[in-house]
Structures are given as C-alpha cells and as structure tokens.
Design a protein around this ligand. Structure first.
Ligand code: SAM
Length: 431
C-alpha cells in the first residue's frame, strides 16, 4: 500500500525533528525525520539550482523527486518553476515531513491556494518504481492518463562517515531509478530533463561510471556537470544535469553561492567533456621570479576543471604557470595582474599579489626575526602566511609575525607563498 500525503492536510503529529534553515534567514522552519536533517539540501543551495533551471526550456508537467527526503529541493523547484510536485520517499515519517515542508514553503510564499499545490502529493513508497507511483497518482486524482513529468530530480542517500563509496551504495541506485522511470518521463528536445545530485567526493573514474549508467538508458544524452560551492574552497555539491536540463554545448559549470541569499550565484561555464579528461591543469616546476604575480585560487573552482576558463575571463592573453594544482591552495604565477573588479570574481581568489622579494630560508619561529626585517624593507604592515605548515607551527609563526609587525610602521598588505619542493619563500604584496 502506497501512503499518500497531501501537503494541505498533513499534520506535524509524530514529527519531532525540526530546525530553522540558517540559509533562509531562519524564516523557514523545516521538519525532518529519522535524523534526516544532515541529508537535506540547504534552502539557499536548493533555490540557486531552481533559479538556474528557469534559464532552460522544460517540458510541461510535474517536478518529480524520487528520493525527496525532507522535500526541500522539491519545494524550491516547485516554487521557482511554479509547477506541481511529486515526491517519493521510502521512510514514511520523512514523507510526512516533506508534505509539511512543502506546505510551509507555500505559506511562506503566500501560495497555498495555487492550483499546483492542489495537484501536489508525496508518496511514502519506493522511488525506483515509476509504474506504481504513476498509477497511484492517476488513481488518486481519477486521471485517464499518467501525469506528464517535466523534470526528475534525484538526490540519493550515501553511506555516512565514509570518505569514499561506490555508486552501488547510493540509495536508491541510479541504474534502478533510470530503468524504473524511463518510460514515464517527458522527452524534451534533448531528452528527458534530469538532475542527479551526487557526492562531491566521486572520483573522475566514478563520474565516468555515472555517465555510462546514463548512456546505457539514454545514449549520448546532453549533459552538463555542475560543481556548487558555498566558499572556503569546498565543493558542496556535484550534480549531473541531463537532457533538457543540460545546457547545450556546456560541459561544466561552477556555481559559487554568494554569502547572501539576496544575491545571484556566480556561474562559470565551459570546459571539456569529462570523457576528454578531468580538466585539471598540469603543474610545472618553474618557480616565479621577482616582479611576477602569484595568485592562490579557490580550490573548488580548480576542482571543477574550469579554472583556466575563468582565468581567461579575468586576464588578457596571459600565460599561467601552475605551481600547485591540488589541495587547499592551488597556486599559479603570471606576468600581469588579474582583473578582479567584479566582487564575484574576487571571491574566486584567496590571494593575489606581486613578488617583491625571494628569501631562501625555512619558515620557523627562529627565522621570523630575520624575515620581519625583510618585510619592513618592503613597507609591509600585515603579512598572511599562506605556506603549508603543520597545524601546530602555523599559528605560532603567524602570531610571532603579527606581534612584531604591529610594533612597527609598515603600510602594505602582503602574503607569503612557496612553490612545492622549493625552500624559496615568496614575499608578495597584495593587489
Ligand atoms: C539525500 S536524501 C534527499 C534529501 C532531499 N534532497 C532534501 O532536500 O531534503 C535521500 C533520501 O532518499 C531516501 N531513499 C533511499 N532509498 C529510497 C528509495 N528506494 N525510494 C525512495 N526514497 C529512498 C532516503 O530515505 C533519504 O531520505
């Protein structure tokens, strides 16, 4: 028996987990169940994706989320695209929470009477089984035909506390959902519109594996990979947008969610298909010279394989040498300053500056005095250490530099960088 929840009439009875969404200015309170909060998509992330979907032409019909959890992503899609929704969730309490949350979103937006809300239902059922869900919906509303499904969103649960996991551990599994829903999805111009919300930890090989699972059902369907980051160099979400949800000719997108929910996301688009490689630049052992610029980029941007596309947009016919590609501080050097007038572009750089001095010495508490003398020769008043140091040493060295510089009268901001495998310290004046 499939249990069906109507958002308009579902109560919170029996639901005990709830929390205001911090990304929604705490104005939206969401219910969760069976410890579902960590699985839920933050409202701002959900909204950003739904807004990107408005740039595309989706076929008519329902938004389907066949593993809808707390229903937050489903609610955002429905609100922004003004469509009715079908949510499917295996855990009945979470299905109930989803229905409550859809109603809260509609109340928040003053849309409880909208026709699309009256057509919306959550099913406590197996999200792999399109036939059962479509039949249950048709029966529930006494329809002669199955509903049109405009978009399939799938955010499978992944094993917790595991740094890596195989695709077969996703619940529900991608291949099972594809096979269970393929006959029921509306075919747009470029194939059915689908968003697969995947773990940012998938390796390049696993991403290619996902592509082959897709190709097994929809050969050569259009595809755009989307890396989403909320900052601090972390990829928060990795998704594959397919068919009419893909942007034709765009293989990759990097979406930087801005600090405030009122601002639009910063999107970098381009890159090469994943089949052509992971898109990561190649590092070379060629240290920068005095006068050159050193820039430390956002690690998530680099991970998306779009750093070079972005660099081309903030520089003119420039050659970039990659000293560090992976890790928290991807580092390049180049001849001219980057054009970072747009604050959104600024967010994609941890530090950028001109090399004014090279110091061949080890960075230790014992060498700080000597370095501070060098900093003062360059009128430096604030120096940020951006050299990889052990977590015990880093704060001590930074603290010693701060204390010494605070007693002197330097005026310029600077940072200290280093090329891997080289003991030369690069003193860079921030630009
Ligand atoms: C990562 S959560 C989805 C979170 C959701 N995007 C949100 O915004 O709240 C994945 C959900 O899939 C559910 N699930 C796992 N297997 C399923 C299946 N076969 N059918 C339906 N739901 C399933 C889990 O119970 C879990 O709640």
């Amino acid at each position: 028996m499939v249990e069906i929840f109507n958002p308009a009439t579902t109560s919170t009875k029996g639901l005990s987990e709830f929390a205001p969404d911090s990304t929604a200015g705490r104005k939206l309170v969401f219910y969760h169940a069976s410890e579902g909060k960590p699985l839920a998509t933050p409202w701002q992330v959900a909204l950003t994706r739904s807004k990107l979907l408005t740039e595309l032409n989706l076929p008519e019909g329902y938004i389907l989320d066949c593993a809808c959890g707390s229903g937050i992503q489903l609610g955002a899609h429905m609100a922004i695209l003004q469509r009715p929704g079908i949510g499917v969730e295996l855990d009945p309490l979470r299905a109930q929470a989803s229905a409550v949350n859809l109603q809260s979103i509609a109340t928040y937006r003053n849309e409880t009477d909208a026709e699309r809300m009256q057509q919306t239902r959550i099913f406590a059922s197996d999200g792999r089984d399109g036939a059962v869900v479509c039949a249950a919906l048709a029966d529930h509303f006494s329809l002669d035909t199955f509903p049109n499904i405009a978009l399939l969103h799938l955010d499978p649960a992944r094993p917790r506390n595991s740094r890596t996991h195989g695709l077969e551990e996703m619940a529900p599994r991608l291949d099972e959902v594809f096979n269970g829903w393929a006959p029921y999805l509306s075919e747009g111009l470029h194939g059915p519109a689908m968003i697969l919300d995947l773990s940012p930890r998938l390796t390049h090989e696993q991403r290619l594996e996902v592509e082959s699972l897709v190709d097994a059902v929809w050969k050569d369907i259009a595809r755009t990979w989307v890396w989403t980051s909320r900052g601090r160099g972390r990829v928060d979400r990795l998704a594959l947008w397919l068919g009419d949800a893909a942007t034709k000719g765009i293989a990759r997108r990097f979406v930087r969610i801005p600090p405030s929910i009122a601002e639009d996301a910063h999107v970098v688009s381009g890159g090469r298909q994943l089949g052509a490689g992971d898109g990561l630049p190649k590092s070379t052992r060629q240290p920068p010279r005095r006068g050159e610029r050193v820039s430390i980029l956002d690690a998530a941007l680099v991970e998306s394989g779009l750093a070079e596309t972005w660099l081309a947009s903030v520089s003119k016919s420039e050659v970039f040498t990659w000293g560090v590609v992976e890790g928290r501080r991807p580092q390049i050097h180049h001849a001219h300053p980057l054009r970072l007038d747009n604050p959104m572009d600024r967010m994609l750089v941890q530090a950028t500056g001109r090399v004014v001095a090279l110091a061949r010495m080890e960075l230790r508490i014992e060498t700080v005095d000597q370095l501070v003398e060098l900093f003062l020769e360059h009128d430096i008043g604030k120096m940020t250490v951006r050299v990889p140091l052990s977590p015990e040493i880093q704060p001590k060295v930074q603290g010693a530099i701060d204390r010494q510089l605070s007693r002197r009268h330097g005026r310029r901001n600077a940072f200290l960088a280093q090329q891997p495998g080289d003991d030369m310290l690069l003193v860079c004046i921030t630009e």
